[in-house]
Design a protein around this ligand. Structure first.
Ligand code: GLN
Length: 547
């Protein structure tokens, strides 16, 4: 049966709880344990799928088609364990399950209450898969004291109480603010945060203290005394130059040791940190630098394209170069010449997105990359825009466009080279959708396989002709244009197994121009860079060596 580590946060949000959880997962793996990381989010959305990227950052899609929090992306990148639908839950989902059961009469006429009905639903979620791994690490979103979070805190308290002693521990992240005027680190907010936790019945076993300044031994002892944790379970967490330093840094700070001690696991298996030492070696000693322009819509918030930024870093690690990704708002190219902004970049990436705003700019960026022979990677919407560019400028379909924008504008303006996908095959069954369907969870989501054309560039990059990648889209390039576009040099080099949906396009004769309908960035890891990103950065490196 799995041991549980519950990870909570206090004092302020954005302390890096997700990263600390992911790093702990990596450290337990380094000691030979199997882990599963899970996220419980107190917000009332059923899932983050319908939230704006500006609100919540990127939506991370799992193989089994769940739209989840971007922390699941961290978990996967650090542990290599593929996230699943059952690794993430929100208050919205919990309440929606409870209300559905109530309507079905499952509670036999009882009055439905937060305790025990909502908390039981949360505990049922926590118990899922407990026989599968050595450790389940469960992170609670938000900070202690948040109103929405209370049922989750109550549920983890009950869960630990229900279980045999020693099966669950609590790890709490806090902040030690530094007062420059008095030159002091202040421990009071941490004390208050722990007090708040203890008031709801949770006594932390391990405290992770974020600090910009070194934490003196005296302060550590004080925190231990006032917060009732052992001194060696007060773990300092300083700012890092890269997130991938987190496993080594937390190991040096004694986090894994403190966690194993709290479970009384002794002797602790020796850790093998070689994977992370190699990752750090590649990041800290690059042999060159490439500049990649990311032409997108949600450029003000870097978290909106989190996995893409990380996958580019991984691509850099594969080629021993540092990737400098710069974000450019696609709308600029609707009024200004792309050349003026894209000069000096070694590659161009157009990421996924929704809605019409900025799409004409993306089309111009694709045209610029195609005409100038600059490496181009189009992801999802970025692929669709590349196809529309080719349709307009090579195949002569001057009003080529996407039905997505016609739906938005409420009138027909384009020849739909990209159309609304209403049915497709998933495994052995057919999925059907209507334009009027709910917005939440109704896209073509999750892992689908694709067949690659023998001898194509993508087949060479992947080293195989069968791949499986994650999808999240509602619109699709129409196969009826295939022959016309291929005659102009845009090859459909990857298609769904039934041959009905295009998955990859590439420009014949271009040094590196690939558009993919899926999201390769979601599967890239620092210790296993995604082949498309490794190859894309390699192409950028070649351009950088020419100039
Ligand atoms: N908006 C496009 C679609 O729904 C692309 C989606 C995406 O880029 N993830 O097909």
């Amino acid at each position: 049966m799995a041991r549980y580590v519950f990870i909570t946060g206090g004092v302020v949000s954005s302390l890096g709880k997700g990263l600390a959880s992911a790093a702990l997962g990596a450290l337990l793996q380094a000691r030979g344990f199997s882990v599963r990381l899970r996220k419980l989010d107190p917000y009332l959305n059923v899932d983050p799928g319908t939230m704006s990227p500006f609100e919540h950052g990127e939506v991370f899609v799992t193989d089994d088609g769940a739209e989840t929090d971007l922390d699941l992306g961290h978990y996967e990148r650090f542990t290599g364990v593929s996230a699943r639908k059952t690794d993430s839950v929100s208050s919205g989902r919990i309440y929606s399950n409870v209300l559905e059961k109530e309507r079905k009469g499952a509670y036999l006429g009882k009055t439905i209450q937060v305790i025990p009905h909502v908390t039981n639903e949360i505990k049922d979620f926590l118990a899922v898969g407990e026989d599968e791994v050595d450790f389940q690490l469960c992170e609670i979103g938000g900070t202690v004291g948040d109103i929405e979070g209370l049922p989750f805190f109550e549920a983890i308290r009950q869960f630990a109480q229900d279980r045999p002693r020693g099966q669950c521990i609590f790890m709490h992240l806090t902040l030690l603010p530094y007062l420059a005027a008095s030159g002091e680190l202040k421990t009071k907010p941490t004390q208050h945060s722990v007090k708040e936790l203890r008031a709801i019945g949770i006594a932390p076993d391990v405290l992770v203290c974020r600090s910009e300044q070194p934490i003196p031994e005296k302060e550590r002892a004080k925190i231990a005394l006032f917060c009732n944790v052992r001194p060696d379970a007060v773990i300092p967490a300083y700012d890092l130059s890269t997130i991938y330093e987190a496993p080594l840094a937390y190991h040096r700070a004694g986090l894994d040791r403190a966690v194993l001690d709290a479970f009384q696991i002794s002797p602790a298996p020796r850790p093998d940190m070689s994977r992370w030492e190699d990752v750090m070696d590649r990041i800290t000693r690059p042999e060159g630098e490439v500049r990649v322009a990311i032409v997108g819509k949600y450029v003000q918030l870097e978290d909106a394209y989190k996995s893409i930024a990380e996958a580019l870093t991984h691509g850099g690690m594969a080629n021993r170069v540092k990737v400098r990704a710069e974000w450019i708002d696609a709308e600029i190219f609707e009024t200004e010449d792309p050349g003026a902004h894209l000069q000096g970049f070694h590659a161009i990436l157009v990421p996924g997105g929704f809605g019409e705003r900025g799409t004409e700019g993306k089309i111009r960026a694709a045209q610029f990359a195609r005409e100038r022979g600059i490496p181009y990677l189009g992801i999802c919407l970025g692929m669709q825009m590349a196809v529309i560019e080719a349709a307009r400028n090579l195949a002569g379909i001057a009003d080529a466009g996407s039905e997505e924008f016609d739906h938005e504008a409420g009138k027909k303006r384009f020849t739909p080279v990209v159309y609304h996908l209403k049915e497709w095959v998933q495994g052995t069954h057919k999925v059907e959708r209507k334009v009027s369907d709910d917005k939440g969870g109704t896209m073509r989501l999750g892992a689908y396989s694709a067949h690659l054309t023998e001898g194509s560039r993508v087949a060479e990059i992947y080293g195989t002709t069968r791949i499986e990648e994650r999808h999240r889209h509602r619109y699709e390039v129409d196969m009826k244009w295939r022959d016309q576009l291929e005659a102009c040099g845009l090859l459909f080099s990857g298609v769904s197994p039934d041959g009905r949906l295009p998955e990859i396009v590439e420009h014949k004769g271009h040094p590196w121009f690939i558009g993919v309908q899926f999201h390769p960035e979601l599967k890239s890891k620092p210790f296993a860079p995604h082949p498309l990103f490794a190859s894309f950065v390699k192409a950028a490196k070649e351009v950088s060596l020419l100039v």
